[in-house]
Design a protein around this ligand. Structure first.
Ligand SMILES: [Fe+2]
Ligand SMILES: [Fe+2]
Length: 406
C-alpha cells in the first residue's frame, strides 16, 4: 500500500518542530510535509494530492479558515483538520463549516496520531473519487424547516435552557449530526465520546447553539431537495420514526439507558446517506429511486448500480469525516446488513435494523427508505417470531406518530 500524504501547517516553527518530533515514528506509514504558511501549503497541494491537511487557525496573512476554504474549493477530497490553541466561540463558528475535525493545542500525541490515522483510513476507503470529493465539501445537511423554525423561536425566549433546545435538535438528523460533530471534536477536550444529541446540546450549552444557528447558517433550513420520486420530508419522518421505534424496542428488551439512546441516535442518522446523495446528485438519485420503485427492489441495490456504493456507506463516510463515535458509524454503515448477534445479546445495530424494516412496512409499503427484509441471522433465532409482534406494535405506533405530525 502506498504511504498516506499528510500536510501540517503552522506559522510557529516551534510547534512544527514539535509535531515533527512527535510524529517521527509514523514515517513508515505517512509521508509528512511541514510548512509555515497557507500559501506554502497551497503550493505543495498544487503539485501533488494530500490525503489529510492539519492546519493551525491563527496565522498571519491567510488564517486557517481561509486556507481550508481554499482547500475545499481546490482539493475537496482532502480531509481537513484544524489544530488550534484558541477554542473560542468566534473561532468555532468560523471553522466549523470548513474543517472536518478540530483538535485543541496542546494535544496528546497519541490522540493526534489516532485522529489522523482515522482520517487516513477514510481517505483511503472504498468510495469512488467523485462521490468522495462531493462528500468532502458537505458542511451541513438539510434540516427540517419546521424543526429549524421551532429552534429559532426557542432561542428567542430569554429563559430557554439547553434541555429544551436538545429536545428540539434531537428531532432533526442534520442538526443532531452537526451537534455531535462539535461535541466529539477534540476542541472541547472531552474524555469520552458522546452519541446522544440531547447530551451533546447539554455540553455545548445555549450560547454555542445560539452562535451556530445565528452565524453563517451552520444550522439552516435548506430548500427541500427537489426530487421526482420522493419528498425529503419522507426521509425526515422515516428517520424520526425509526429512531423512536429503535429506542422503544431497546427499552422493551431491557437494554441499559445509554444503549437505548444510542439506538435512538443511530435510528435518527441511519439514512443520512440518502440526504447526502439526493442533495448532491439530484438527477442521478432520481434514477435510483425510479429504478427501485419500478423493479420493486431494494434502494441499496439501485444505489450500488448507479453510484457503486449505497447510502449506508456514504452516510457512515460523512459522519466518519465529522468524527462521530465509531459505534454510531457502525449502525449507519450496517443498518441493512447487521452483523450476526454474539450469542443472544441484542445490540443497537440490530435494533435499528429491525426498526427500519418494521417502520418501512408500517408506512404502507410505499416507503422507499425502510430496509426491505429482516436479516437472515435474526430470522433464524427461535425467539424472534415471539418478540416480533411486540416490536411491530412499537414500530407501527412510532410511524403513526410521525405521520400525525406531518
Ligand atoms: Fe437505509
Ligand atoms: Fe431507513
Amino acid at each position: 500500500m502506498s504511504k498516506q500524504q499528510i500536510l501540517f501547517v503552522d506559522d510557529e516553527p516551534m510547534v512544527l518542530q514539535g509535531l515533527q518530533r512527535t510524529l517521527r515514528p509514523q514515517r513508515g506509514e505517512w509521508d509528512m510535509v511541514f510548512v509555515e504558511s497557507g500559501a506554502q501549503a497551497l503550493e505543495h497541494m498544487a503539485v501533488r494530492p494530500f490525503d489529510v491537511i492539519v492546519s493551525d487557525m491563527l496565522m498571519p496573512r491567510m488564517n486557517g479558515a481561509e486556507l481550508l476554504k481554499e482547500v475545499v474549493r481546490r482539493h475537496p477530497a482532502t480531509v481537513r483538520m484544524v489544530l488550534s490553541g484558541h477554542a473560542d466561540k468566534e473561532l468555532i463558528s468560523q471553522c466549523v463549516g470548513v474543517a472536518h475535525q478540530f483538535i485543541s493545542k496542546p494535544c496528546d500525541p497519541e490522540q493526534l496520531k489516532a485522529l489522523v490515522k482515522n482520517a487516513c483510513q477514510l481517505a483511503g476507503g472504498l468510495l469512488d473519487g467523485e462521490v468522495k470529493q462531493v462528500i468532502g465539501t458537505i458542511d451541513r445537511l438539510p434540516s427540517e424547516p419546521g424543526v429549524f423554525l421551532e429552534l429559532r423561536e426557542a432561542l428567542a425566549r430569554p429563559d430557554i435552557e439547553s434541555r429544551g433546545l436538545g429536545a428540539i435538535i434531537q428531532r432533526d438528523p442534520g442538526m443532531s449530526a452537526k451537534t455531535l460533530k462539535l461535541v466529539n471534536s477534540a476542541f472541547f477536550g472531552m474524555r469520552k465520546t458522546v452519541s446522544d444529541p440531547q447530551e451533546a446540546v447539554a455540553y455545548l450549552g445555549v450560547e454555542i447553539v445560539r452562535t451556530l444557528v445565528l452565524s453563517d447558517g451552520i444550522f439552516e433550513a435548506l430548500e427541500p431537495i427537489s426530487s421526482r420520486a420522493f419528498k425529503v420530508g419522507e426521509v425526515w419522518r422515516h428517520s424520526l420514526a425509526v429512531a423512536k421505534a429503535a429506542q422503544a424496542i431497546a427499552k422493551l428488551e431491557g437494554m441499559p439507558l445509554a444503549r437505548q439512546r444510542e439506538a435512538y441516535a443511530g435510528g435518527l442518522l441511519h439514512d443520512v446517506g440518502v440526504l447526502i446523495l439526493a442533495s448532491s446528485f439530484p438527477d442521478l438519485y432520481d434514477q435510483v429511486t425510479e429504478t427501485a420503485r419500478a423493479k420493486a427492489g431494494p434502494l441499496t441495490a439501485a444505489e450500488d448500480w448507479v453510484f457503486g456504493v449505497s447510502h449506508a456507506e456514504v452516510g457512515a463516510y460523512l459522519l466518519g469525516l465529522w468524527g462521530l463515535p465509531a459505534h454510531l458509524l457502525e449502525i449507519v454503515r450496517l443498518h441493512h446488513q447487521p452483523p450476526a448477534l454474539v450469542g443472544e445479546e441484542l445490540d443497537p445495530v440490530t435494533m435499528v435494523h429491525a426498526a427500519d424494516v418494521i417502520c418501512g412496512a408500517a408506512a404502507g409499503g410505499s416507503d422507499l427508505f425502510g430496509a426491505a427484509s429482516f436479516d437472515p441471522d435474526l430470522l433464524r433465532r427461535p425467539w424472534f417470531p415471539r418478540r416480533l409482534e411486540a416490536w411491530q406494535a412499537l414500530g407501527v405506533a412510532a410511524t403513526a406518530m410521525e405521520k400525525g405530525d406531518a
